[in-house]
Ligand binder design. Sequence first.
Ligand code: ADP
Ligand code: GLC
Length: 472
Amino acid sequence: MEIIHVSAECYPVAKAGGLGDVVGALPKYQNDLGHTAKVVMPMYRTKFLYDNEWEVTHKGSAHLGMWWFEYTIIKEKTNKLGFDLYLLDINGLLDREKVYGYDDDTERFTAFQVSVVDWLSSWKHKPDVVHVHDHHTALIPFMMKYCYQYQYLLEGIPTVLTIHNAQYHGAMGWDKSHYIPHWDGWRWGLLDWQDTINPLACGIKCASKVTTVSWSYLEELRYMSNGLEALFEYEKGKCTGILNGIDTKVWDPETDSYIEDHYTIEDAEKGKAANKKILCDTFRLDPSKPLVVFIGRLVGEKAADLLPAAIGDSLHHINGRMTFLILGSGEPSVEYQLQRMTNGLSGYYNAQIGYNEKLSHTMYAGADFLLMPSRVEPCGLNQMYAMRYGTVPIVRSTGGLRDTVIDYGDPQGYGVSFYNASVGDITHAVYRAVELYDDQPRMASIRKHIMELDFSWNKSTQQYISVYESIS
Ligand code: ADP
Ligand code: GLC
């Protein structure tokens, strides 16, 4: 099958979170199964663009409302990522360093989608599936079916929408409806959700199939999806949960180019201790105590606002029997608090505010525990990376965390899980982690077990292919 993924992120070209990891890995695994998967994404001005060789494959023009613009598509020449990678450039809109966070994101991603559809309509043959990811690309199924200029060429192509995060819908006012190329006005209801144009809702209504990135998250969306609950209930027949995998070629403690000391299951204790020493030396932490880390976006979804109090309470109530290290960026007030706490808790706690890929890998390798108290976690990749590196996850039992971590209180268990996103529950979970750490034989056997678990893409890739086959 020929599959074209359309996404705002793709690792290592541009990544803001797990979406980038998934779109950088899934197509590669689909190709390994003998399919032809390709990725098209915006041409941000990132290091990857300047470090690689490209050829122009298409030039076209389109409209965003009254604005006529030209776009260019370039293709990476050497198949470096294991799939064909296309970058789409629109001068003045996509030529930015960051993926998101600009005032004109609506215009940027709508123009991107219009251009992708325009480009697809110029192909001599048609792909078997167009696979779009999250709200930034979720208008594409509508455009392929109901924009007069494109429908006769594209309406027959099956589409899949994968929802990585239903908190964000990309909603825009009806005053921007002219951004979408001349469309069948009778279909306005497909664009609408609560009196705005809601790209995510539109994608759910128009895509041939919808997938979410874990089974539990799909269940949760029917009662907690930021206003789309009724829609998920109504469309449940076309929705499937497929758990993300991890790219075991990139995330492997034996070969990871970001970490200094490599290790396998056999010498994990030694390898982890060496990486822990690097972290403890750099961040002035006591290496004899269990190290609990948090890596991620400092936002409400990740319950990052609870970290300062939970860390303070854990250190206080559990008598400083552990150390904490935080890596992340996000809400300024949380960043400020986490940074400020470094003053009074030297030796026990430290934080690095910002995005740092190398440090994150060293943390997965060197930590004893990874904390994820998420309020919402569609899948979560961190816990799977952590386990591959022998780091025990401490997670709130929600979404993909629920589907991937079993509490060590269970005979089959290997992690620490808790139910409420509250300071009390987090503190208690940290206490249980310290107890586990003190039982060294149990800790060693759990570490071995989690490193052996298979979270690779192999199974999930086949599930995506089955979804495509069901609609083509
Ligand atoms: P989300 O996509 O919701 O942020 P995921 O768990 O799916 O959560 O993926 C997060 C990805 O982003 C992981 O690869 C994680 O290591 C990475 N990450 C998040 N924050 C940072 C950071 N500050 N520095 C480095 N990597 C980060
Ligand atoms: C989103 C989710 C995260 C998921 C990732 C990749 O960003 O928040 O849970 O792992 O997408 O699907």
